[in-house]
Ligand binder design. Structure first.
Ligand SMILES: Nc1nc2c(c(=O)[nH]1)N[C@H]1C(S)=C(S)[C@@H](COP(=O)(O)O)O[C@H]1N2
Ligand SMILES: [Mo]
Length: 420
């Protein structure tokens, strides 16, 4: 008994110290007087809810109807050859629901049934082959989680801060758990001839979006995928079959996959010459820039996710990823990169997949210049905007993986700014 008593005061002291900067000090969870939501019986407790047959396939509750893909009309001439953006400011964890995962089409999303689906393997192979959907379902499968980022993600921000919202500046990305057949198994079935060094993947849509890829990558971790997040691919993501190319730019993730050609050299198609190459300051173009370098962004607070609760405990969260492997560390700065704190990596850290980070701070209500900086397992550190522009100049559109800055004002509103 005596011992408990002795411990009492110090334990209370510890708790007290915690509370001074914690939940109670900020008024979080403090009981309000006569809150009718507590004291009165509510409608939803006085009648029945929906029956189990109300929605055989569910959609988000109406209160979440703002969490949707959005496009920017002036970016492209027509919405059939365009892009929309994932609402990353409003999502948590790492998996992107298919229904709000960004879309990029060069000639619109086509409707192709499993019955009409064919995958041809041609070129430098011993046996040219045509697989039906049913054929593909009989090959051994694997499961891979991977991010798909359009090389143009952040492309509008090269010259300066432009779009208001991390959905628009960084939302050309999604992260799903795919199930499919390793492309290696299909290539082995056809038998790649010794002269075969490259593959060329084409889609069934009018644009075809054909892309070349070294055979080593095709034999490594590329999937011919038909499930995403446990269910069939959505039409807009390539139903019934798309290519999943972990770590490589989104353009190579050919949707509605129709043909794999094996060749002794790259095809040098439109999508890998006039597009998806990086125009440098001297007028030359970098090509074959397939791998997406390490990057991160704070998703909340951000322009579409301002701080509404005033000073006190604040959850800062964001996403980090690297096409070279696993995220090793993410640092967060609240003063525009002068000082850095290491954030927590939450949940599983998977290679070539989105990683969630959190940093819990006690916000004093003053202005912040929020930044995050990712490091991957190769030791690579996400560059500042100026560091990147020094190397790549200003002509470029693709592969902007520089540090994003959010200016948090004292009233909690957030703006996209550039401090270099
Ligand atoms: N067949 C085909 N595949 C395609 C495209 C396309 O227009 N047609 N767009 C590419 C581009 S540029 C990107 S960024 C990704 C986007 O995939 P998503 O629409 O599932 O987000 O698909 C790629 N695969
Ligand atoms: Mo893209």
């Amino acid at each position: 008994m005596a011992e408990t008593e002795k411990k009492g005061p110090s334990r209370r002291a510890v708790l007290g110290a915690g509370l001074a900067t914690g939940a109670l000090a900020a008024g979080m969870g403090r009981a309000q007087e006569a809150d009718p939501l507590i004291t009165e019986v509510q409608d939803w407790a006085s009648s029945f809810g929906d029956p189990v047959d109300a929605a055989p396939y569910g959609t988000p509750i109406r209160f979440e109807s703002h969490v949707v893909r959005r496009n920017v009309e002036w970016l492209t001439e027509s919405p059939v050859s365009s892009i929309n953006f994932t609402p990353i400011h409003a999502l948590e964890g790492t998996i992107t629901p298919q229904g709000c995962a960004f879309e990029r089409h060069h000639s619109g999303a086509i409707e192709l049934s499993k019955g009409d689906y064919r995958l041809m393997i041609s070129g430098l192979v011993e046996t040219p082959m045509v697989f039906t959907y049913e054929d593909l379902m009989r090959f051994p499968r694997t499961v891979t989680t991977a991010f798909c980022e359009c090389a143009a993600n952040g492309g509008m921000e090269w010259g300066g801060a432009q779009l208001e919202g991390c959905q628009f500046t960084q939302g050309m990305i999604h992260n799903m758990e795919y199930t499919g057949v390793p492309l290696r198994l299909l290539l082995e079935e056809a038998g790649v001839k010794p002269e075969g060094k490259w593959i060329y993947a084409e889609g069934a849509d009018a644009s075809s979006n054909g892309r070349s890829m070294p055979l080593e990558k095709a034999l490594d971790d590329v999937l011919v995928a038909f499930f995403a997040n446990g269910e069939a691919l959505r039409k807009e993501h390539g139903y019934p079959v798309r290519l999943v190319v972990p770590g490589f730019e989104g353009n190579m993730w050919v949707k509605w996959l129709r043909r794999i050609g094996v060749y002794d050299q790259a095809v040098e198609s439109r999508e890998e010459t006039s597009k998806y190459t990086d125009l440098m300051a001297d007028g030359s173009a970098r090509k074959w820039t397939w791998v997406m370098d390490a990057k991160s962004v704070i998703t909340s607070p951000s322009p579409q996710a301002p701080i509404r609760h005033g000073k006190g405990p604040l959850v800062i969260t964001g996403l980090a990823w690297s096409g070279h492997g696993k995220i090793d560390r993410v640092d967060v700065s609240i003063d525009g990169g002068k000082n850095w704190q290491t954030a927590r990596l939450s949940g599983d850290v998977k290679p070539k997949a989105l990683t969630r980070f959190h940093l819990d701070i006690d916000w004093d209500g003053s202005e912040l210049l929020l930044q995050s900086r990712a490091m991957d397992e190769t030791g690579y550190v996400q560059p500042t905007k100026d560091q990147l522009r020094e190397i790549r100049g200003l002509n470029n559109v693709y592969h902007n993986n520089s540090i994003q800055t959010w200016w948090v004002r004292a009233d909690g509103e957030v703006e996209n700014v550039e401090i270099a």
